[in-house]
Write a protein that binds this ligand. Structure first.
Ligand code: NDP
Ligand code: GDR
Length: 366
């Protein structure tokens, strides 16, 4: 194994605590829009994921009746859903099974359909390219078809949100990236997302569907899956500081991402579906950081200034093709939706380290 050398970039003190995370409650962006949503019905695929949980909480807080699609006959996350969002009605189904989506639609009868379900781990998509194409790509077609067929059968109009991704920009053709930037995906996941993105636009143009696509840049939280780099780092830092782990092994720490807070980003999803006209929007902070800077902030949060003794390199975490520099321009979302990110990167990292410290102490009985 190789050890990284640090390129020191300023770190900042923590300003957001775990208490702030649990106390996070959305300040509405548009009070007028909020008043009009009483008793609306929403259907969310990907309800067990990071965004599904935050979005369900947001919609419940606005008075929605929320339905969530959960896959598998014994999904281990059912207990989490029942504990965190007990008011959500869970329906079983799978994005690869159109008839299951149709059945769920007939129960949920949603005014709004949020398609968040996907195989979302980019690194995994090279090893499971076909499956990723089926779920993350063709799954969008199934979701759109479920909406189209439901509307044809019942006359109910359903607004549709597709979770598109900055990964579609891949080998970036302009910096920063906006809604007009040429898409050049660099992973099977990115290619599948491009398919879903254009299929969403096609259904809007072909059938007049209120279908919007949010091109979201990376967004993180204490609920982020531990396979993603931010959570992998914050969890390891918590464990290292508690003496539960010696080192952390990473791949390309020079990659740069535009990282925001998931709680902010689900508000943008909701705002898109409150507009009279469907459209596509980039959602980002406009600031990019390398993984080196992430390491600076995360280790600083536990009082460690020099992280080099704790961080190793392993080739297995390198990707066949990398997305080197992502930074978004969300000015359209700011202008048309009135949306802006609220949590800054240093606060986000502190929030995640704090949450992981608490979780690791609990697990270890400390
Ligand atoms: P997660 O990986 O946390 O959640 C993915 C969800 O998809 C899980 O609920 C998972 O269910 C579900 N899922 C997987 N396979 C299927 C399937 N075959 N049928 C139905 N559901 C399935 O992702 P996030 O919450 O972070 O992201 C939400 C969406 O936004 C995804 O589409 C992602 O690609 C996209 N996105 C995310 C960004 C981010 O930075 N977080 C940025 C841009 C886009 P299970 O728990 O059972 O596996
Ligand atoms: P990403 O997120 O691929 O941008 O996709 P991830 O956190 O996995 O990787 C970000 C960058 O970190 C580099 N990296 C490592 N990544 C992981 N996971 N593990 C490591 O050990 C490691 N070392 C370095 C990666 O090479 C990469 O450059 C996320 C997902 O949520 C997608 O679903 C979403 O569409 C995009 O964000 C926007």
């Amino acid at each position: 194994m190789l050890r990284f050398s640090a390129q020191r970039v300023s770190s900042s003190s923590s300003t957001v605590t775990v208490a702030d995370v649990s106390a996070w409650s959305p300040e509405p962006f548009g009070r007028e829009q909020e008043r009009n949503t009483t008793m609306k019905r929403a259907f969310i695929t990907g309800i067990t994921g990071q965004d599904g949980l935050y979005l369900a909480e947001l919609l419940l807080s606005k008075g929605y009746k929320v339905f969530g699609l959960m896959r598998g006959q014994n999904n281990p996350k059912r207990e989490l859903l029942e504990r965190v969002i007990p008011d959500v009605e869970i329906l079983t189904g799978d994005l690869t099974d159109l008839s299951s989506l149709m059945r769920a639609m007939s129960v949920a009868k949603p005014d709004e359909f949020y398609n968040l379900g996907a195989i979302s781990f980019v690194a995994y998509s090279w090893e499971n390219a076909h499956l990723t194409s089926e779920v993350t790509g063709m799954g969008v077609l199934n979701a759109l078809e479920a909406v189209r067929l439901h509307t044809a059968a019942t006359g109910q109009q359903v607004r549709f949100y597709q979770a598109s991704s900055s990964e579609m920009f891949g080998k970036v053709q302009t910096v920063p990236q906006n809604e007009d930037t040429l898409l050049w995906p660099r992973s099977p996941y990115g290619v599948a997302k491009v398919y879903g993105h254009y299929m969403t636009i096609n259904y809007r143009e072909s059938y007049g569907m209120h279908a919007s696509s949010g091109v979201l840049f990376n967004h993180e939280s204490p609920r982020r899956g531990p396979e993603f780099v931010t959570r992998k780092v914050t969890r390891a830092v918590a464990r290292i500081s508690l003496g539960l782990q010696d080192t952390l092994t990473l791949g390309n720490i020079d990659a740069q991402r535009d990282w925001g807070f998931a709680g902010d980003y689900v508000e943008a999803m909701w705002l898109m579906l409150q507009q009279d006209e469907p459209d596509d929007y980039v959602i980002s902070t406009g600031e990019t950081q390398s993984i080196r800077v992430l390491l600076d902030h995360a280790f600083a949060a536990v009082g460690i200034d020099d992280w080099t003794p704790y961080v190793d390199f392993d080739e297995q975490f390198m990707r066949p093709a990398e997305v080197d520099l992502l930074v978004g321009d969300a000015s359209k979302a700011k202008e048309k939706l009135g949306w802006e990110p609220r949590v800054k990167f240093p606060e986000l990292v502190s929030m995640m380290v704090e949450a992981d410290l608490r979780e690791q102490k609990e697990i270890a009985g400390l």
